[in-house]
Write a protein that binds this ligand. Structure first.
Ligand code: DX5
Ligand code: ZN
Length: 220
């Protein structure tokens, strides 16, 4: 799947975990092609969420042409990326704050056959993106990582513009507080992938919410 297309990437963090595969299938039936999976280790961020076994189960619920976007909020991701790639992650994104070995870890992701992404927290400058060799995806957190349902940080819009200038061709993903209004602002600033958790799974009609965000950001 080409990363250059515009996508809303539903975050299953806010989904009903007892019916993850049916949530995912319903979204795929509506044209969604990217699912965002938030892996948290209880150290880099306080909560603990999913590991490679859930990634593997999710991958089995997805059609071949779908993309499983794995956002690692874990310390020392270099110790785990091979396992997540083997479990079926199509893309793996690591935090610049989580390891001193950025290029090594990005290379290990690619060696595992996945696309390599780098992500910065709201307080971390955008310059890190320029320092990484060969990036498939730049993720800009628009909340502090760890929880769904937090308000969008408007201060990050300038960072999105700056990264778009620095990296004209890279996929820029935004994550946190995305809804039709904030998503449209991110799109205008240069983002092309839009993670949405609570705005989709917290809605009375998650499918309608998905389409509303997709239309607002120009993804359909
Ligand atoms: C937060 C996660 C997000 C989260 C976003 O650390 O990285 O992917 O699910 O949730 P919302 O869309 O509710 O802000
Ligand atoms: Zn995320």
């Amino acid at each position: 799947m080409p990363l250059t297309e515009r996508h809303v990437t539903p975050s299953i963090l806010s989904a009903d975990f007892s019916r993850l595969s049916s949530h995912v299938r319903e979204l795929m039936d509506e044209g969604c092609r990217v699912i965002h999976c938030d892996v948290m280790d209880g150290h880099f961020v306080p909560p603990i969420t999913f590991g490679p076994m859930v990634v593997s189960a999710l991958r089995e619920s997805l059609p071949d042409d779908a993309y499983l976007d794995v956002h690692l909020m874990i310390e020392r991701p270099e110790r785990h990326v091979a396992e997540f790639a083997k479990a079926g992650a199509d893309g793996i994104t690591i935090h610049v704050e989580s390891t001193p070995h950025i290029d090594y870890t990005l290379a290990a992701i690619r060696d595992g056959g996945a696309k390599a992404g780098l992500v910065v927290c709201p307080g971390t400058p955008a310059d890190h993106f320029a320092q990484a060799d060969d990036l498939d995806l730049a993720l800009i957190m628009t909340v502090n990582p760890g929880w769904g349902g937090q308000p969008f940080l408007r201060s990050q819009l300038d960072k999105i513009r700056r990264v778009r200038e620095m990296l004209p061709d890279v996929t820029i993903e935004v994550d946190g507080g995305v809804n039709p209004t904030t998503g449209a602002e991110c799109a205008e600033a240069g983002a092309t992938w839009f993670v949405a958790g609570s705005a989709i799974f917290g809605a009375d009609d998650p499918i309608a919410a998905y389409h509303e965000i997709a239309k607002a950001v120009g993804a359909e």
